[in-house]
Ligand binder design. Structure first.
Ligand SMILES: [Ca+2]
Ligand SMILES: [Ca+2]
Length: 442
């Protein structure tokens, strides 16, 4: 555990006593000595009632324990004061004990948020905000029920127009639930079959999982809300559905779909397709930006130049590469001049704790049981950036998209990338410092 985590645990769970006095458990050689000592000092209760200044070195009697030991308190935290009492055999501080259950017990495994070398320093950003008031649209496989997303989701939409791919028997509809993207052997041009990924749920929880609910993890922006938009299904999804979903999530009009009353602050696209940025995609991203919506895209996991992968290569995209647990460019991450910055995406070298833990379902096909699982990829890196954008907008709702990009880029930390990975590692703390500083100046 890093010293920083340890500090956090202490801060959260060390209860502060009602008075500044320190309590001691004192044992005496016999009952007579104990009674004499008790009679020679004031009662703590009476001292508190009188509320007048007290002699710092004067012990006050608090209570008698079941085994005959006595509790005293002193103001100045010095057990030497008990030397003046007769017959004392032992003095120990009456320390504060704390519950061993952490608020989000898997937080310690979220190295991506707090590792000094490879984490985004989320705690430094949380001193300003945890995302209240901001909305993160996640265009993905949809959401499956999970306690980490309870109360975190706004009413979303299913933009998957192909009913067969969608597995819900229809085209677009107002229900963005994830119907499972499992594959039979031979599906999607792949020989082997696969289990449902629950990719959308994992991505959403990385951005905004509930905090302090005695369960699992915390998102980067746990007080932000997620707008779940389904665009990926069996064997992926059409670019055209993604284009319409970007228009909708940014507050634009889409035929036969009710227009949003509150547009998202940021759109997260943990998806990729090979090729140049098409004109329709470039247009819709430009329009989203003009409406004040940042578009964050995963650079892709092909280990190639990111300029050949859309929509991360579109003008105005905040294109996110992935770093491993050592803070190096991950072996699978796309890279090059088209990458804006990088964020932790996991090592993907077989040791799962070096990947990113988040909410998933245990069901191989359809939802069965809410659990937590590790995934790696630029898909995991992008929602950390989207979460930080939500923190930025929460701190300054009027922040322009160009300023969002500038602050992210300017405040990234140098990363150990052998190939270009933008300006380096996302730094939530430094980025929020910059937003706050500029907000105060203006
Ligand atoms: Ca549908
Ligand atoms: Ca949680």
């Amino acid at each position: 555990m890093s010293p920083r985590c340890f500090m956090l645990a202490l801060t959260l769970f060390t209860a502060v006593p009602a008075t500044a006095a320190t309590r001691y458990i004192v044992r005496f050689a016999d009952e007579a000595s104990a009674n004499a000592a008790i009679a020679s000092v004031p009662k703590a209760e009476a001292a508190m009632r009188r509320k007048r200044s007290v002699d710092a070195g004067q012990p006050r009697h608090v209570a008698t324990l079941a085994g005959g030991a006595q509790i005293f308190e002193v103001e100045d935290d010095n057990p030497a004061h008990f030397a003046r009492l007769h017959g004392v055999t032992s003095v120990e501080e009456d320390r504060i004990v704390r519950p061993t259950a952490l608020a989000d017990p898997l937080y310690l495994r979220q190295w991506s948020l707090h590792d000094p070398r490879s984490g985004i320093d989320a705690e430094a950003a949380w001193k300003y905000t945890r995302g209240e008031g901001a909305v993160i649209a996640v265009l993905d496989t949809g959401a499956t029920p999970h306690p980490e997303l309870d109360g975190q989701l706004l009413p979303g939409y299913d933009f998957v127009s192909d009913a067969v791919r969608a597995r819900d028997g229809d085209g677009r509809d107002p229900d963005p639930r994830d119907e499972g993207d499992w594959e039979e052997p031979g599906d999607c041009g792949r020989r082997a079959g696969s289990r449902s990924s629950w990719h959308g749920t994992h991505v959403m929880a990385l951005a905004a999982a509930k905090r302090g609910n005695r369960l699992g993890i915390t998102g980067v922006a746990p007080e932000a809300r997620i707008l779940p938009v389904r665009v990926l299904a069996h064997c992926g999804g059409y670019l055209s559905d993604v284009i319409d979903a970007i228009a909708w999530a940014s507050g634009g009009e889409v035929p036969r779909v009710p227009t949003l009353t509150r547009r998202a602050d940021v759109i997260n696209l943990s998806l990729v397709t090979e090729g140049a940025c098409g004109a329709a995609m470039a247009d819709v991203i430009r329009q989203a930006r003009e409406r004040g919506v940042a578009v964050v895209v995963a650079a892709g996991n092909e280990g190639v130049g990111a300029s050949g992968m859309a929509p991360g290569n579109c003008p105005g995209s905040i294109n996110v590469g992935a770093l491993d647990r050592g803070g190096r460019l991950a072996w699978y991450s796309n890279h090059g001049e088209a990458v804006t910055l990088a964020a932790p995406g996991g090592s993907l070298r077989g040791l799962r704790t070096d990947d990113l833990i988040s909410a998933v379902d245990q069901g191989a096909r359809v939802p069965w049981r809410s659990v937590f699982g590790y995934l790696a990829g630029t898909s995991m890196a992008a929602p950390l950036v989207s979460g930080v954008v939500a923190l930025m907008r929460s701190a300054d709702p009027s922040l322009h998209v160009d300023d969002i990009t500038r602050h992210l880029v300017d405040n990234a930390r140098p990363a150990r990338c052998l190939k270009p990975c933008g300006t380096g590692l996302l730094d939530a703390g430094a980025t929020l410092d910059a937003v706050i500083e500029e907000r105060v100046v203006l």
